[in-house]
Design a binder for this molecule. Structure first.
Ligand SMILES: O=C(O)c1ccccc1N[C@@H]1O[C@H](COP(=O)(O)O)[C@@H](O)[C@H]1O
Length: 227
């Protein structure tokens, strides 16, 4: 899959800076109400300028819109960040679906909820999911909020799910906290949007570089044997 995703890339310059910093995935957000929404023609240029994994971020788009963006921007994954049900996604089941679960801090069994969602998606459609993404719930918002999930409550996800679908940790990550988040949650990958910006929709190259360096070091220090 991928390890470090820089999300909400809106221009070629930021895309190249993220790849040069060592990110192995870029998130292209097609949600019109987001300050990080990328135009399709720019997404096409980003695809032509980069060779890393590209993940499309969608919020209540039609499957036709998602398929169009998938082709135009040569995407590898489809991050479903809205209210979509697995049933709605059947026509695009082969488009690397990454379901998203927004967790509020008062969930009693977050890991159980994630596993239930994972099983629901796989049993309804019968595709093999590679990953689930966890974000923090903020009422009235879909994502990109800078709010953190309760990292301690997510510990153990991959053990309970027997590593069948990796956990992508998102929500409020920054260069200063990503290493601690990786140590506590032990996710398969991390994802950041607002935490590496100079303004909404514009990445700060220093923050991007620091984020990638901190995350890479933390993943390396987990070691292959104890993950
Ligand atoms: O970034 C956005 O504006 C956005 C809007 C709607 C849905 C998802 C969005 N981004 C995703 O939100 C999470 C967390 O972002 P942050 O790091 O807390 O700012 C991440 O997965 C983004 O891909």
């Amino acid at each position: 899959m991928f390890r470090i995703k820089i999300c909400g890339i809106t221009n070629v310059e930021d895309a190249i800076a993220a790849v040069d910093a060592g990110a192995d995935a870029l998130g292209l957000n097609f949600y019109k109400k987001s300050p990080r929404c990328v135009e399709l023609d720019v997404a096409r240029k980003i695809a032509a300028a980069t060779e890393v994994v590209r993940v499309g971020v969608f919020v209540n788009h039609s499957t036709e819109e998602m398929a169009h963006a998938w082709n135009e921007a040569s995407l590898s994954y489809t991050q479903i960040h809205g209210d979509e049900t697995p049933e709605m996604l059947k026509p695009i089941a082969d488009m690397g679906i990454i379901p998203v679960r927004r967790l509020s801090r008062d969930e009693t069994d977050p890991v159980g909820l994630l596993i239930r969602d994972f099983l629901h998606f796989t049993s309804e459609i019968g595709w093999a999911l590679e990953a689930m993404l966890v974000d923090a719930a903020v009422p009235g918002e879909y994502g990109g909020t800078g709010a953190k999930a309760d990292w301690h409550s997510l510990h153990g996800y991959e053990l309970r799910l027997d590593s069948r679908a990796g956990l992508i940790l998102a929500g409020g990550l920054t260069p200063d906290n990503v290493a601690e988040a990786i140590r506590i949650v032990r996710p398969a990958a991390v994802d950041v949007a607002s935490g590496v910006e100079s303004a909404p929709g514009k990445k700060d190259p220093v923050k991007v570089r620091d984020f990638v360096a901190a995350a890479s070091e933390a993943f390396a220090s987990l070691g292959a044997s104890d993950r």
